[in-house]
Ligand binder design. Structure first.
Ligand code: PA5
Length: 432
């Protein structure tokens, strides 16, 4: 399906949209000509069609081998090297995927590691896998990131203790740069099977590369459909006529709103399995735009849960916020509320209605209330929650981010600021 973008409730005037069109057109030209800031990192732009087809088949094959060998896949990575995979796996697998019995789950449980530096977490993970058959996918573009490197050192040792060195090699899959970095050297030295993160794709744009694809495929998700969605996005969101390009409309609107003092963008969802999309989106936009004292501050609301915590702040707090709702139009799974003889809970007025109908009205009612409270609302809708639409939606946000960043006047493809904490940490730890 097509992605719909609705900005009827943006609380802006139509000329504000018109006035920014030339900027978007210029950003489009610059991005597609590859002569803008950070143009060494725009490999994601045509990746959904230009990707290495042989490697793609090997990813599917590796996923099958992992599932034949193991009941658990541990995905080691941080930032762009895990957020995309976790987003898609959360969105498209059972809400209790890891807890399901094997017969129902069919594919390996997915645990994540190396996305923080907690000894408690890693100890507990080691306990969880004591009696499980395990494979590892260690993912690091630079190959030198501290968090995943620590987790890999510990988990590799556990795997070698369990299976012996030779068998452990068959259970370790590394996704990293084609040539550079410690993980590449380690993989070559030990003979791990490897997949390539293209040098010209930054972490936060890498969900459509092996970084996202191997864990996603291992969880039993159709990566052909996922890539098809991204490929159709590549085409649909390159249409120069902005009035026909929802992706560019989103890029305009968030700039219009930012320019008039809406400094915070809240990504809102009403579906818990889609909650992690906001984590991925926050990295994408936060790391791309937060530069030179500029950028929208990206944050999230998981509704209706957060209407009972942050709802008051959005309704009635400072007016420096706008919301972008990600809406799923149709659900495969639903619950119908039944009529009860004694209407003691007072819910009989909903008898015969589905939970998604109730949820949809919660969304409509909230939007109306927040707009009444002067909070602009944008709505991005996908037809349904499947691999195709997820691929397209993620490409939508990536493309809009590149365009939006150029309009803002930043380099949307670098992240010099993330080095500052590392420098201090390494000094404190006495790293040579
Ligand atoms: O977007 C980014 O560049 C970062 O978030 C990286 O993805 C993250 O720091 C992990 O880097 P690496 O894959 O090199 O270990």
């Amino acid at each position: 399906g097509k992605i719909k973008f609705d900005f009827e409730n943006a609380l802006t005037k139509s000329h504000e949209y018109e006035y920014l069109k030339p900027m978007i057109q210029a950003a489009h030209q610059t991005l597609h000509a590859g002569n803008g800031a950070g143009n060494d990192y725009i490999g994601w732009l045509d990746y959904p069609t230009s990707y290495d087809k042989a490697e793609f088949e090997r990813i599917k094959d590796a996923a099958q081998r992992i599932n034949a060998m193991a009941d658990v896949l541990i995905v080691i990575g941080i930032g762009g090297s895990y957020l995309g995979a976790k987003t898609v796996i959360d969105a498209l697998t059972h809400s209790f995927y890891n807890e399901l019995p094997k017969e129902k789950r069919k594919t390996a449980k997915i645990y994540f590691a190396g996305h923080q530096i907690s000894g408690t977490y890693l100890t507990d993970l080691l306990e969880m896998i004591e009696n499980e058959s395990v494979c590892i996918n260690v993912i690091s573009k630079s190959g030198t990131t501290t968090e995943p490197a620590i987790a890999f050192r510990v988990l590799k040792k556990a795997l070698e203790a369990k299976y012996g060195k030779e068998e452990a090699v068959k259970r370790i899959f590394a996704t990293t740069d084609a040539k550079n970095g410690a993980l590449r050297a380690l993989s070559t030295a030990n003979g791990y099977e490897t997949f390539v993160i293209p040098a010209n794709v930054g972490g936060r744009y890498s969900v459509i590369t092996p970084v996202g694809l191997l864990p996603i495929a291992t969880a039993g998700i159709d990566i052909d459909a996922f890539m098809q969605g991204a490929a159709d996005g590549q085409k649909e969101f390159s249409v120069e006529n902005i009035d026909e390009n929802p992706c560019y409309q989103y890029a305009i609107l968030r700039n219009v709103l930012y320019n008039k003092g809406k400094a915070i963008e809240v990504l809102v969802n009403y579906e818990p399995s889609m909650a992690f999309l906001a984590e991925w989106w926050m990295q994408l936009y936060g790391e791309s735009e937060g530069k030179d004292g500029k950028g929208l501050f990206p944050t999230k609301m998981n509704n209706t849960t957060d209407l009972h915590s942050m709802g008051q702040m959005i309704q009635d707090g400072p007016r420096h916020v706008f919301e972008t709702v990600v809406r799923v139009e149709n659900f495969e799974k639903d619950v119908v509320l039944e009529l009860e003889e004694n209407d003691l809970d007072g819910l009989n007025y909903l008898a015969g209605k589905t939970m998604s109908y109730v949820n949809e009205n919660a969304f409509k009612g909230t939007l109306e209330a927040h707009v009444d409270g002067n909070v602009p609302n944008l709505v991005v809708s996908i037809e349904k929650k499947d691999a195709y639409n997820l691929g397209k939606l993620m490409y939508f946000f990536m493309k809009a981010c590149g365009i939006s960043g150029y309009v803002l006047g930043v380099n949307p493809f670098d992240q010099p600021g993330v080095e500052a904490y590392k420098k201090n940490m390494f000094r404190l730890l006495g790293k040579k």
